[in-house]
Design a protein around this ligand. Sequence first.
Ligand code: NAD
Ligand code: IPM
Ligand code: MN
Length: 368
Amino acid sequence: MSNPSLLILPGDGIGPEVMVQVRRIIDWYGDKRSLAFDVSEDLVGGAAYDKHGTPLHDDTMARAQAVDAVLLGSVGGPQYDDVDFALKPERGLLRLRKEMDLFANLRPAQCFDALADFSSLKRDVVAGLDIMIVRELTSGIYFGEPRGIFEEDGQRVGINTQRYTENEIDRVARSAFELARKRGNKVCSMEKANVMESGILWREVVQRVHDTDYPDVELTHMYADAGAMQLCRNPKQFDVIVTDNLFGDLLSDAAAMLTGSLGMLPSASLGAPMANGRPKALYEPVHGSAPDIAGQGKANPIACILSFAMALRYSFDQGDEAARLEAAVEKVLADGLRTADLLGEENVTPVSTSQMGDAILAALDSSL
Ligand code: NAD
Ligand code: IPM
Ligand code: MN
């Protein structure tokens, strides 16, 4: 049988820097665990725009559709501020999500014990935190029509449309309930049914899916603004949170800071199962291209490394190997290694991106 295929799209800014460390880990699995991947690499975002004049070449799109999983670094940067909106780096990522129909974006926020003091919240509020945000990723205000900037009564008006069909809500709700059954068996759905019709429909459909097929899972509903407040007040009350595209974007960045740094949060964007039974999948850190630190060897590679761990779990049926990698990350953090984003008031010298990679590889070696 041929090896599973993996398309790597490092992208822009710190994307290529953190991806170098992930490549070393992928190679380690081939050498030490006989878990070899057919890895290919391509351009996305500003890097693709610079070469092809488009943030995602059609050939790259076709390759992404054909592989078992895609691993993406990050896209964007200030050098593309003046680029035409349709050609901005971010459009390449949005096209991948939309055309691969990756409707369920899993964004786990776990607080490793060694980092509980780095959160902006008190240790006892975040220690042991383990929540999963399921963000709808292919619809809502990111994609709804009409959209654009139009002339109206002698002035310009900017329009975006929040739009959800019942089916779109139904399928992401199912993803959330399925995940909850494997975790704490609780789902909290967040919308703004008090002010938005799409929120009313969201709440109704999530409740219906629950009552029909998942009555064993505990379901609660919360307005998204109150949800943001509760995430800061008492985040450990949550297990799985299911929410729309825009609220999920905001809530997951907020949840990132509970864990200590945006540089820690991985994600999996999953679609429907392919012919081989695996979901269409793209794995990417939650963070962006971090232009302020790009090119300085300071980036924390852990979010991207943990995104590969999610690929091992969700695309390649290697839950044990995913757990091995997560444990290696936990070990280096417990040993006191910190990239610059994780430095609090403590008097610790930060390690570089590649030193963090070295340490995680050493921890993997010692796990054998
Ligand atoms: P960002 O996530 O790039 O950076 C926010 C802050 O977090 C910065 O101070 C940055 O240095 C820090 N940070 C982020 N990741 C880090 C890491 N791994 N290690 C250490 N520090 C890290 O968000 P931004 O500044 O709002 O956006 C910059 C660009 O990235 C924009 O063009 C934006 O559109 C793009 N972006 C892309 C993605 C993606 O590719 N998935 C996600 C978010 C933002
Ligand atoms: C994210 C990012 C993206 C989003 C951008 C870069 C398109 O912020 O993945 O969280 O808004 O979804
Ligand atoms: Mn975001």
